[in-house]
Structures are given as structure tokens and as C-alpha cells.
Design a binder for this molecule. Structure first.
Ligand code: NAD
Length: 436
């Protein structure tokens, strides 16, 4: 039995996963994107992004006839009861969210309306944006509709699990009809559905990401102090995390956050605050700490090797985190650019993200390798920038034989003291005094 008819506009990390999961729950879903190449791939059963489990789930739903892909937004909207907006809202150069994609999609939706629709925004948008969408659609359509803000909280790498088992669903709308329809749509996922006004829902998304980013920058600063005072940040974080008021997640010290959400959403919230004459000092510091944290890798390399000019540095991990091919705002960009600036050669490897990364950063002194071993062979030092499981499974003894010099900068604390015992590594990790 078909539950609801959905059109999902924007078939990226959020739209594709949401569309696939909703179709798995028995809804009839049309995923729309204006990128014809992406849609063509999906129609052929290929998946344009790397996300564990996604390909299998797409096949299951397309085989069952509940999921299809198209560039024809108008037809998809006409056939739908609920239209989900999941287009990108990337940063403008000044840090504000670029709303041109969502406004464009809203205009197209307005032109296609043929009766009452609920239009639910999953894209992360500044407070007040849904009201702007509403007036824009009203200007271009005489049909009735209801707007809702339904922010998305999934994490790349575990996107299907997160979508199917969310901690909460937030539905912000002034419309009773939208509230009922969207509650019914999300009820199979969780009972924890928070109904709010539109502006609060929009703010919940930014406040949540800003808070998580704050936890990361906080533990990174604690790690930096730990290195100086002789404490071990992993034990400190463990001891803090047992306190239920604090919680253990997002307390892993490392080289800082990256990705398509935290950097842009923190910058956007600083701008949102600025527009109402509020100086969000705490969040500005969070961003600054994060920007600097990645350069600890360079500082530690220089401590070991001195001048980096003429050295060969192996880089393991280009994605901003494991289990994704997303390289947006990955710390590896600035680290590698800084190595190039210092005259080093780079041999880089990532299990799935190298192609995406390479299309943004090419240089005669960077070679992209096909295996972890190839990248490490003959290098003066190895830097681990992403904690892919694949790297953790490689014995340190093997890595030592591949490198020209046994120098290891572990930006994600993936190796233990026991594993290092008996090796000759000069080893630096993050916030662990015996290993920093
Ligand atoms: P994405 O860049 O992967 O996908 C966006 C898609 O929208 C692209 O495929 C693009 O071609 C398409 N698009 C843009 N304009 C269009 C239009 N007018 N018509 C049809 N298609 C159009 O972005 P994403 O990572 O999926 O993020 C989408 C939104 O969700 C953003 O606002 C983001 O902040 C938010 N979000 C992302 C994540 C995440 O982990 N990626 C998590 C939570 C929220």
C-alpha cells in the first residue's frame, strides 16, 4: 500500500538518502535533480555518492516501483502531496548561506503547482528563509500550500542509519494540515517528534551544529593544553564523557572538523547573529580554534624534519571523515596547500575520496596513489588525516618498512601505546603527552 506521494528536490547526500529511506517505508518517491548526469546514473542503478548501504536500498525500492529519478521537477511536483526541498545551501564568500538554489527551486515548484501541497524544507536555511519561500511561492502560484521547516540531522557515513533511527524529528510549521501530514510521514521513524514554529525549527539546526562544533573545538583546545601539562586527552575525554550532562560524543581530539555542514553552518550562524547586531563571540572562537588546529600537523612535521622543502610527505585520508567521499572543507586541503607552500612533495591516498579531492586540488608536486602502501613508500613522514578503518588494520611494523624514515603524525589518535611499543616510530598524536 502506498502511504504518501513525495517529490524530493535535490538528490545529493540529504535528498537521495531521505528519498530512498521514505520509499523504503512504503511511500511513493520521485527524486528530482537538475544535474542530468546524476539522474542518468541513478536511472542506470549507479549511485553518484559513496554512502554505505545506499546502493542496495535504492535497488530494493526501484525494483518495488516505489522510487524513481527525474530532472522533470514540474511533473514530480504535480504528482506529489508533499514536496521536500533538499537542495544545497553552500557558503557565499562572506560566510552567509547562498539561497539562490532554494529560491530557484521554490520558483519552479510554484510554477508547477496543481493543488494543495505541503512544502517541507530539509535544507539548512537561515532563520526567516521559509517565510521568504512562502511569499515567493505565493507570488507565483494561486494554489494553496503549507510551508514547514523539517531540518535534517543525518551524518554522512551513517546517513541511512541516522535517517531510519533519528534522535528526533523537528517539524516547524504554522499549518495544522502540514503538521498532521508530516507527523504521519515521520511517525514510522520515531515517536520523538518536536512540533515548533518555523523560526525555532530553523534555529534548532544551526544551534545544534554550532554546539557540536563547539564541543570539537573545546576538546581540541583541551588536547593542546594536555600536550603541555602532561595529561592524556583521551582519558580526560573519557572521564568527562561519563558525566551525563556532558556526554561522550564529539569529544575526540584531532585536526578539527570539516565537511559540508559544520564550517558553513557555523559561519552562517555568525552572520545570522551579526544581522541582528549580535556578536557571537563564542562561535567566532570555535571557528578560529578549528582553523588553527589542522596546522598542528605542519608544526609537528617541522619539529621532526625541520625545513620541509624537498621532503616527501605521505598523506592518508582526504575525506573530512571516514565512510564518505565528501571532501567539502576537508582539513586535508589546507594541510596539503601548506606543505606545497613549504616545498614538500606529497603522496596522497584515500580509500574512496581521492577522485573528488583531486578534481579540486591538482599540483605537480602531489601524486595521488592507489593504495596506502604506495603513498607511504619512500616517504619521510606519514600523516594520518582521516581515521579510515583500513588504516587502523595495517600493522605499524609494515608501515615502518614502507617509509624512508619512521616518522608518523597521527592526526586522529588511531594508534595506541601498545601498538607503538617495539617500533622505531617518531610519533606525534593529539593531546597524548607520551605520544605527542
Ligand atoms: P548536495 O550538494 O550533495 O546536494 C544538493 C543537490 O541539489 C545537488 O545534487 C544539486 O544538483 C541539486 N539542486 C540544486 N538546485 C536544484 C534545483 N533548483 N532543482 C533540482 N536540484 C537542484 O547537498 P547536501 O549535502 O545533500 O545538502 C543539502 C542540504 O542539506 C544543505 O542545506 C545542507 O546544509 C543540509 N544538510 C546536509 C547534511 C550532510 O551531511 N550533507 C546534513 C544535514 C543537512
Amino acid at each position: 500500500m502506498i502511504r504518501m506521494k513525495l517529490a524530493v528536490i535535490g538528490t545529493g547526500y540529504v535528498g537521495l538518502v531521505s528519498g530512498v529511506c521514505f520509499s523504503d517505508l512504503g511511500n511513493d518517491v520521485t527524486c528530482v535533480d537538475h544535474a542530468a548526469g546524476k539522474i542518468h546514473m541513478l536511472q542506470q542503478g549507479e549511485v553518484p555518492i559513496y554512502e554505505p548501504g545506499l546502493k542496495e536500498l535504492i535497488k530494493k525500492s526501484t525494483d518495488a516501483g516505489r522510487l524513481r529519478f527525474t530532472t522533470d521537477l514540474a511533473a514530480a511536483v504535480r504528482n506529489a502531496d508533499v514536496v521536500i526541498l533538499a537542495v544545497g545551501t553552500p557558503s557565499l564568500p562572506n560566510g552567509e548561506a547562498n539561497l539562490s538554489y532554494i529560491m530557484e527551486a521554490a520558483r519552479e515548484i510554484a510554477g508547477a503547482m496543481n493543488g494543495f501541497k505541503v512544502i517541507a524544507t530539509k535544507s539548512t536555511v537561515p532563520v526567516g528563509t521559509n517565510e521568504k519561500l512562502e511569499s515567493l511561492i505565493r507570488q507565483h502560484s494561486s494554489h494553496s500550500f503549507a510551508i514547514a521547516s523539517v531540518p535534517e540531522f543525518l551524518r554522512e557515513g551513517s546517513a541511512i542509519r541516522d535517517t531510519m533511527n533519528p534522535d528526533r524529528i523537528v517539524i516547524g510549521t504554522e499549518s495544522q494540515q502540514a503538521r498532521e501530514l508530516l507527523t504521519a510521514l515521520h511517525q514510522p521513524l520515531t515517536d520523538r517528534i518536536l512540533l515548533t514554529d518555523v523560526r525555532s525549527a530553523e534555529m534548532i539546526k544551526y544551534a545544534s551544529n554550532a554546539f557540536l562544533a563547539t564541543k570539537i573545538s573545546f576538546i581540541n583546545e583541551i588536547a593542546n593544553i594536555c600536550e603541555k601539562v602532561g595529561a592524556d586527552v583521551t582519558r580526560v575525554a573519557e572521564g568527562m564523557g561519563y558525566d551525563k550532562r556532558i556526554g561522550s560524543s564529539f569529544l575526540k581530539a584531532g585536526i578539527g572538523y570539516g565537511g559540508s555542514c559544520f564550517p558553513k553552518d557555523t559561519e552562517a550562524l555568525i552572520q545570522i547573529a551579526g544581522h541582528v547586531d549580535y556578536d557571537f563571540k563564542l562561535l567566532k572562537s570555535v571557528v578560529e580554534v578549528n582553523r588553527d588546529q589542522r596546522f598542528n600537523v605542519i608544526r609537528k612535521l617541522e619539529t621532526i624534519l625541520g625545513d620541509l622543502s624537498g621532503t616527501t610527505i605521505a598523506i592518508w585520508g582526504l575525506a573530512f571523515k571516514p565512510e564518505t567521499d565528501d571532501v567539502r572543507d576537508a582539513p586535508a586541503y589546507e594541510i596539503m596547500a601548506s606543505l606545497i607552500e613549504r616545498g614538500a612533495k606529497i603522496k596522497a591516498y584515500d580509500p574512496v575520496a581521492a577522485d573528488n579531492f583531486q578534481s579540486n586540488l591538482k599540483h605537480s608536486r602531489i601524486s595521488y596513489c592507489l593504495s596506502a602502501q604506495e603513498a607511504a613508500l619512500g616517504a619521510d613522514a606519514l600523516c594520518v588525516l582521516t581515521e579510515w578503518r583500513e588504516f587502523q588494520l595495517i600493522p605499524l611494523a609494515a608501515i615502518q618498512t614502507w617509509l624512508k624514515k619512521p616518522n608518523l603524525i597521527d592526526g586522529r589518535n588511531i594508534y595506541s601505546e601498545e601498538e607503538l611499543a617495539g617500533t622505531e616510530f617518531v610519533y606525534y598524536s593529539v593531546g597524548r603527552p607520551n605520544m605527542s
